[in-house]
Design a protein. Structure first.
Length: 253
């Protein structure tokens, strides 16, 4: 057997949330390239359906199901859609996320809670919903952020707090589920990649961050997706409870 065979996901079924743009799309396509069928979840049903159609046109297997991860019942419905469509759930990628940049002295309770409800609570509700169906050998990957381990010159208390909390959630779920249920749980903390979130930054902000990038460029979506494939495949079978930072070195400067 070739070492490359360890990265194959043939016969596996993966759920990806936040799959209507950016890293979510890259994750879904990479999972399909590795042989998995994917169930795509996001709030924007039209864009989600277009992503699924594109995957099917390229020869992959994909279903789409609108989801609001802040709603536990909606998370349960997404997991049930995967079971109805493919009969199993092997991989969950908790990628759905929102970000705000409000100064802490002016951020309202609703603004703060809206970020926590999606980024942290939504990941937990999805893990619960999928964990009820997952069999030994399954894998969950929570998408955290480099802002969980460093700051970046913007007032992002809710976002940073939610992404740091995801690292704690990852460790605890791994401790609870890996030994008892055979479900590995890890996280990825991406740095700066071309996404809708980075598109919203003020002109010049990303240029100002380049001095902190040991690799002086933004990441390619495929580079983050490759890390995901390693974590969820047999190649990553001895890794659990970890957060892998993929940031071009921003967090070490």
């Amino acid at each position: 057997m070739s070492i490359l065979d360890e990265f194959r996901l043939t016969g596996r079924v993966a759920i990806v949330t936040g799959a209507s743009s950016g890293l979510g799309v890259a994750f879904a396509r990479a999972l399909c390239d590795a042989g998995a069928a994917v169930v795509l979840g996001a709030r924007r049903a039209d864009r989600l359906a277009a992503v699924a159609e594109g995957i099917r046109a390229a020869g992959g297997q994909a279903l789409s199901a609108p989801v609001d991860v802040a709603d536990p019942a909606s998370c349960t419905s997404l997991a049930e859609a995967a079971m109805a469509g493919y009969g199993r759930i092997d991989i969950l990628v908790n990628n759905a996320g929102v970000g705000t940049a409000y100064p802490a002295s002016r951020e309202t309770p609703d603004q703060f809670r809206s970020v926590i409800d999606v980024n942290l609570n939504g990941s937990y509700w999805m893990a619960q919903a999928c964990g009820r169906h997952m069999q030994p050998g399954s894998s969950i990957v929570n998408i955290s952020s480099v802002l969980a381990v460093t700051t970046a010159g913007l007032p992002q208390a809710a976002y940073s707090a939610s992404k740091a909390a995801l690292m704690g959630l990852t460790r605890d779920l791994a401790a609870q589920w890996t030994g008892r249920k055979g479900i590995r749980v890890n996280a990825i903390a991406p740095g700066y990649f071309p996404t809708e979130m980075t598109d919203q930054y003020a002109p010049g902000y990303l240029d100002s961050m380049r001095s902190r990038m040991v690799i002086p460029r933004m990441g390619r979506l495929e580079e983050c997706a490759a890390t995901l494939i390693w974590l969820v495949s047999p190649a990553g079978g001895y890794v659990t409870g970890q957060t892998i930072v993929v940031d071009g070195g921003v967090s070490i400067t």
